[in-house]
Design a protein. Sequence first.
Length: 225
Amino acid sequence: MTMLRAMPAKGEDRRRFLALLAAAGVCLAARAAPAAPDCRTIYVVGHERHAGIIVDRRDFDPVGSAETPEFLTRGWLEFGWGDADFYQARGESVLLGLKALFVPTDSVVHVHAFSGAPPGNFPKSEVLELPLTGVGYARLLAFLGSSFKRDDAGRVARLGPGLYGLSYFYAGEGRYHAFRTCNTWAAEALAAGGFPIDPAGVGTVGQFMDGVRGRTQAACAAAAG
C-alpha cells in the first residue's frame, strides 16, 4: 500500500513561516548593527591659566619622539604648549604676559611624566576623561608629535627642566600670539582627534574646559552613530 505523507495543517504552516521570518530578521539586524568604535582614553586638565593633554606614555615613544628615556619609568605624559619666555618664567611677569599676547613669539612644549591615576596627580585642577576613536587617537598623537620643533636631522631641542615633577621644556613648532594661545593649541589637538570643538572660539582655559565639559563622550558617540 502506498503511504501518503500527511500535509501540515494551515496553523502549522503559519507558525513555521513566522519562525523563519523572525530568524531572518535577527540576521538582518545583526548585519545592520554598526560595529562598536575602538575608543581610546585620554585626559584633559585645566590648570589656572592653561590646559594640558594627557596620554598613555606607552602610546608616545619618549625616546624616539622626545629623546627623553627618563620618561620610560612613568605611566602618563601631560603635554602643554605656550610662549617660550612666559611659560618658562619662574613667577609672574606682567611684561612677559603682555608681550606673549600682543607680539608673536617663539613657542615651547612642556612635557610632564607621571604615574598613577591622572585625577589624583592634579588635585587643584579640573581633570576630565575623554574617549576618542582609535583613528582620532592616532591623529591626536601625531599632532602632539608635530608640536616639537626639530632640526634637519629630526632631533628635538630640550631646553631645560619643566615646571613640576619629572618634566622638561622643548623648542616648539609654531608662533604664540593672542589668537593662538596655549588653550587654542589644546583645542586644536582635540579637533585633530575628532572631538567636536572649534579652536577659533578658544582663548582661555575656561573656554577650553567649557567646550569639553559635558561632552566627554561626543567623539566616540558620533562614531557609534
